[in-house]
Design a protein around this ligand. Structure first.
Ligand code: AMP
Length: 398
């Protein structure tokens, strides 16, 4: 059975087609610039790559482009669209309701729409993608896999903010957490690599990409995570500020900044970009730091420092720490950042093996030294594979 995984954004639809249960990728790609006069298709299949301008004035049309590409006589990979038995959709916000992936019905659609209030940039395009897929593939099972679901196991002590309690009751303002599919996936892989059942391992998973979040995973369950009501909280990210004193915003509001300006500042102009004044891209910052830029160096130092701080905090939360996992574009690729984060952590049992840390392969590897009490792994995340596995399991309940 083939499972199509869809990640719909405001102007793009990414897709991966899996052969299940083997989990092999049959094809992948994306339609970008949906809604513009010229949209772009990139399609990868059988070690080949196809790129073309296409017409995709809306998501329905974008989905049609994907399906006609997948069935195309030359570059397609399926003979008939009916071979696609299920479609798994990435959905950012599942509120407090969805504790795992679900088959989509009208109630699920209503809930995703309701939670758009909490994720206004993400849930509406996710929903548009779902509707387009339901329209184009009416007989396929459609599932929703939520970024928030893995974190619904976080206890109240960790998810309630120190605000008046009725703010939670009235508006559901609480910590939700994000990147849940990635944290769940790498934590499971980590337990497998350690050769223990996931219910026996305490792991800190560090998803460090353009967006970053750290999660404390106790016996297979998320018990705390650094992102909060929105993905703005936590460590310093590419363009997001992460944790700040909330009074900074009142102070700046008194200086004349509007809510909109503060929102843009904290989400798009802060983090590595804001501190360095150069770039939100770790590779650029490394170049500039090498050439002597003090602000680039400072941005790198602050980034690493904040991650170290969370690892320390979550070590205390977990009580016993078995492993730390690095994933995401920075976590998987930036050996110097991993070394910086782990430096001086021998008191909590973390010691890196410099050679293993510098090696670039394999995609899943142990990088801690033999004497390290806590194992440290680099594990390439694969949210699509996790969504495909969930979708296949839901489509085959036995
Ligand atoms: P992601 O959002 O997971 O795609 O991660 C994007 C971040 O990963 C950017 O800051 C990139 O600069 C960083 N990144 C990707 N490749 C490398 C690399 N080889 N070395 C350092 N950082 C990298």
């Amino acid at each position: 059975m083939k499972v199509l995984v869809i990640n719909a954004g405001s102007s793009s639809i990414k897709y991966q087609l899996f052969e299940m249960p083997a989990g092999t990728i049959v094809a992948k790609g994306m339609v970008e610039r949906i809604g513009e006069p010229e949209s772009a298709l990139v399609h990868q299949y059988n070690n080949s790559k196809f790129a073309s301008e296409v017409k995709a004035p809306d998501h329905d049309a974008g989905m049609q482009v994907i399906l006609s590409t997948l069935t195309d006589a030359k570059i397609g990979v399926v003979k008939n669209i009916s071979e696609i038995g299920a479609v798994g959709h990435r959905v950012v916000h599942g509120g407090e309701e969805f504790t795992g992936s679900v088959i989509i019905n009208s109630h699920v659609l209503d809930s995703i729409e309701r939670f758009a209030d909490l994720a206004p940039l993400h849930n509406p395009p996710n929903l548009t993608g779902i509707r387009a897929a339901m329209h184009s593939l009416p007989s396929a099972v459609q599932t929703a896999c939520f970024d928030t679901a893995f974190h619904t196991s976080i206890p109240k002590t960790a998810y309630i903010y120190g605000l008046p309690y009725d703010i939670y009751e009235k508006y559901r303002v609480r910590r939700y957490g994000f990147h849940g599919t990635s944290h769940r996936y790498v934590a499971q892989r980590c337990a497998a690599l350690m050769g223990v059942d996931k219910s026996r391992a305490n792991i800190i998973t560090c998803h460090l990409g353009n967006g970053c979040s750290i999660t404390a995973v106790k016996e297979g369950k998320s018990v705390d995570t650094s992102m909060g009501l929105t993905p703005l909280e936590g460590v310093v990210m590419g363009t997001r500020c992460g944790d700040i004193d909330p009074a900074i915003l009142f102070y700046l509001a008194d200086k004349g900044y509007t809510v909109k300006q503060l929102n843009t500042m904290c989400n798009k102009q802060s983090g590595l970009l804001g501190i360095s004044g150069i770039s939100n891209d770790m590779r650029n910052l490394r170049e500039h730091a090498k050439e002597g830029s003090e602000r680039a160096r400072l941005a790198l130092d602050i980034f690493g420092y904040r991650v170290t701080k969370y690892i320390g905090a979550y070590t205390a939360v977990l009580g016993r720490l078995d492993a730390v996992v690095f994933t995401g574009g920075i976590g998987e690729n930036d050996a110097a950042m991993r070394a910086q984060i782990c430096a001086g952590q021998s008191q909590i049992g973390i010691a890196i093996d410099a050679g293993a840390n510098e090696a670039r392969e394999p995609k899943e590897r142990l990088i801690s030294a033999a004497q390290s009490r806590v194992k440290v792994y680099v594990i390439a995340t694969d949210e699509e594979a996790a969504i495909a596995a969930d979708t296949y399991a839901l489509a085959h309940p036995d």
